[in-house]
Design a protein around this ligand. Structure first.
Ligand code: GLC
Length: 801
């Protein structure tokens, strides 16, 4: 017998010294004595890509994460060389590459501060089992450095001292310490000495990150295969890092239809038809606003995707139409597993066309999911995605379903220990054939992408709406997401808050949790507190497994119903504000939720805060996370803030107690803000909105706010038919001025603004609109002063007596 012990003893291998350098426009190649090549691409002045091979040449360069719309181009690229290193200089960064070791150091080009440096740097181990390498990178972790990001990890926002894996996994009733769960987003932001940078490790194999856990001064990341291939983003502002990452991996291709930002009710499952209608009618009867109702797997015939159980739903088209008349949009679930059934057309077609995933030696990938034994389409094959998108024709065009919910797309497989496909399953990977080890983390993303293509086609001229459970970096281009099967506990309310914030700082803002908890049943108090948090999550849906009792707003007691209604109404009033935040997200990648560190990184108190966050640009929210609370302590960031409920002004930069009984929660508005509000509607489009309220919060000084409007659906806004209004506020001791700047071609249905002024330090003596006085008898005053102005005013002056 021959045993090759020499190979097995190799362990970690390292690049040797640089012996060659070549430049090809924006790509720089550094070759070492032992066949390692570093390809450094200057993507932008503040964005460099590092890619390594150990065999002297690179594989085909293909990524599901990077969008073709990413911005590229730099202002400066100079290369210098000294005895010890090559030096690459852009207008933002100075990157040194050691000739001896290929190690990297990155500096701020302006002040020379070291931002990030390799510890051991790139190294690798040969993978004897699979071929290729386990690729590794280790970096120095600086004193006081903090780490953020990584998608849906359910633990503390600051990742320091923790180790995580990325391998999307069906995780029923996961907890704070469960890892990994549903998403793989290998992107993090590091922050030290007030400088933030980001690292995106674009490798779809199982990846791991160690944030100074194993060794106090080292942060490292590695993958079970593929290339060491990472992007380095420089801020120094954390918000710029997050925007840059979102630009590279993609902003949502469309704004959601406005109704998708309303309230959604879901359960596993509402059936038969009469039950669905009972639920929607109760919403209308109790006047609790709601826009969407969900159909979980029981609407199908034996859990066969794209079929209907005709006993429960004899006339789906008729039902969807009736629901529509009540203002409800119907969303239906679609899973990836296709039931093995020779009489089932979807199965037959996929089989004929050879669209199902296969094991390495030829048999189909067979696995059990809800329908029993299934085969699974290979969504990494573009032809399969096309076919899949076509399957939605009837559901969307004929029946009138308005949104599709993709679940179990990790892909989840039941009754097997690893909960998913075995490693040897083959995938097309868009013409780069590979095993499941490489395709696993993108399988769900590609399913959601195919679904999105279908919805985009058949919903036209309306906008598509998709929701997914599994995701890899870039999935935010196509779909919204939720955080999977959580539990009705107070700890999970904390987790939901963390996950929504973390997803937002990982480029994926359109996210929310199963409100009230999926597994088990909440008490009314927990449900209420969760709804309060949900008001401030971009995706706002109640969902539960159903076998633990009811979870509708009226399933508890009347007090709960009333408080829940009050909070959902706040959401509906804030829709124009949220829509504006969404526009900023879709337009330049600005996260809709900002953890305090993202909002004010200079204030070190924010670095370890978890509960408080900024919703949009100027609303501070903080959920109450404990039972029987009459309030809580929270950190109010620097600046002056108005208490939403009392208009009392609070000076931030400190932790303080805030009263908030069960019918309240801590909400603050930044001074100087102009908040646009809709009237309360039972669903989006119920009312013709001819007036928007502008809540103006006085500030001595300047502040700017925005209001984005368009047709709330459709694609006209992409042709310039939108309206973006900027309100520039200037507050002085004896006057308050609002200048309005308008952009875009959309004629808004609203004609007037109702102005409500909060916190004016003087009594109003005169109001001028574009230099014309308005009679003061138009002024209504009950605590706040309000009056109505034409929407197209340019300058509004409120002057003291
Ligand atoms: C999974 C989903 C859950 C859904 C259930 C039945 O557990 O995460 O949301 O209700 O499957 O489809």
């Amino acid at each position: 017998m021959i045993t090759n012990t020499e190979l097995e003893n190799k362990g970690n291998q390292f690049p040797s010294k640089i012996i060659g350098f070549e430049k090809d426009v924006d790509k720089l190649y550094f070759s070492t004595d032992n066949d390692v090549i570093l390809q450094l691409t200057v993507v932008r002045d503040s964005l460099l890509r590092f890619r390594y091979t150990t065999v002297g040449n690179f594989d085909n360069d293909f990524s599901y994460a990077i969008t073709k719309y990413a911005s590229t181009g730099y202002n400066k690229l100079e290369i210098e060389e000294n005895e010890d290193c090559y030096i690459v200089i852009t207008s933002k960064l100075r990157c040194e590459i050691s000739k001896e070791s290929l190690r990297i150091s990155l500096f701020d080009v302006k002040d020379g501060v070291l931002i990030n440096e390799d510890e051991i740097g790139f190294h690798w181990e040969e993978s004897y089992q699979y071929g290729g390498n386990i690729v590794k990178m280790s970096k120095v972790s600086n004193d006081g450095e903090s780490y953020y990001g990584l998608g849906d990890k359910p633990n503390h926002l600051n990742l320091k001292g923790k180790r995580y894996n990325n391998w999307v996994t069906d995780s029923y009733a996961y907890g704070k310490d469960t890892d990994p769960i549903y998403k793989a987003i290998p992107f993090y932001t590091g922050l030290h000495h007030d400088k933030a940078y980001g690292i995106f490790f674009d490798n779809t194999f199982k990846t791991s990150f160690d944030f100074a856990q194993e060794r106090r001064n080292v942060t490292s990341f590695w993958a079970q295969g593929g290339e060491m291939n990472y992007y380095f983003f420089y801020g120094p502002k954390m918000s710029d890092v997050v925007e840059s990452y979102t630009d590279l991996t993609g902003k949502p291709h469309e704004l959601p239809p406005l109704w998708a930002l309303g309230f959604h009710q879901c359960k596993w499952s509402y059936y038969p038809e009469s039950k669905v209608k009972e639920i929607t009618s109760t919403f209308r009867k109790l006047e609790i606003p709601c826009d969407a109702i969900y159909l979980d797997i029981d609407y199908m015939d034996g859990f066969r995707c794209f079929t209907w159980n005709k006993e429960y739903f004899p006339d789906p088209k008729g039902m969807v139409k009736e629901l529509k008349e009540q203002g409800f949009k119907t969303v239906a679930i679609i899973d990836p597993g296709i039931k093995i059934d020779k009489d089932y057309s979807v199965f037959k077609e996929a089989l004929e066309k050879d669209y199902f995933c296969k094991r390495a030696d030829g048999p189909y990938m067979k696995g059990k999911v809800w329908p029993g034994e299934c085969y699974f389409p290979d969504f990494t094959n573009p032809e399969v995605r096309d076919w899949w998108s076509g399957l939605f024709k009837e559901l969307i065009e004929e029946i009138g379903i308005k949104g599709v919910w993709n679940d179990m797309n990790e892909p989840a497989v039941m009754e097997v220990p690893n909960k998913t496909f075995p490693d040897d399953v083959r995938h097309d990977y868009d013409g780069n054939p590979c095993s499941h080890r490489k395709a696993h983390n993108v399988y769900g993303m590609q399913m959601a992408r195919a679904t999105y293509q279908g919805l985009k086609k058949y919903s036209y001229p309306k906008r598509p709406f998709v929701i997914t459970r599994a995701a890899y970096s870039g999935t935010q281009r196509y779909t919204s997401t939720w955080t999977g099967d959580n539990v009705a506990t107070w700890e999970h309310l904390w987790i939901a808050n963390i996950q929504a914030q973390r997803l937002a700082m990982s480029g994926f803002s359109f996210a929310g949790s199963d409100i009230g908890g999926f597994a088990e049943q909440p008490q009314g108090e927990l449900f209420t507190r969760w709804i309060q948090l949900g008001v401030f999550h971009p995706f706002f849906r109640v969902h539960s497994s159903g076998d633990h009792g009811d979870q509708e707003p009226w399933a508890f007691d009347e007090d709960v119903t009333d408080i829940v209604r009050k909070f959902i109404e706040i959401r509906y009033q804030l829709l124009p504000y949220l829509y504006t935040a969404f526009y900023n997200y879709a337009d330049h990648g600005t996260p809709i939720l900002k953890s305090l560190v993202l909002y004010d990184q200079e204030d070190v108190h924010t670095h370890y805060r978890t509960d408080e966050f900024i919703f949009g640009e100027q609303i501070l929210a903080c959920p109450v996370l404990e039972p029987n609370a009459k309030g809580r302590r929270m950190y109010v960031p620097r600046g002056n803030w108005y208490d939403y409920w009392t208009d009392e002004i609070v000076k931030g930069g400190k932790e303080m107690w805030v009263d908030s009984d069960i019918d309240s929660m801590p909400i603050f508005i930044k001074e100087g803000t102009v908040i646009p509000k809709y009237p309360i509607q039972q669903y989006v489009g119920e009312k013709n909105i001819d007036e928007i309220t502008l809540e103006i919060y006085y500030k001595k000084g300047k502040e700017s706010s925005e209001l984005y409007s368009d047709a709330n659906d459709g694609f006209d806004y992409k042709k310039g038919r939108y309206s973006l209004r900027t309100f520039k506020l200037t507050g002085r001791t004896k006057e308050l001025i609002i200048n309005q700047h308008k952009e875009g071609k959309f004629i808004t249905p609203y004609e007037t603004f109702k102005i409500k002024v909060h916190g004016l330090p003087f009594e109003i003596g005169e109001i001028q609109i574009d230099n014309e006085k308005i009679p003061l008898n138009h002024l209504v005053s009950n605590g706040t002063s309000s009056f109505v102005v034409d929407k197209n005013f340019s300058e509004l002056h409120i002057i003291s007596k």
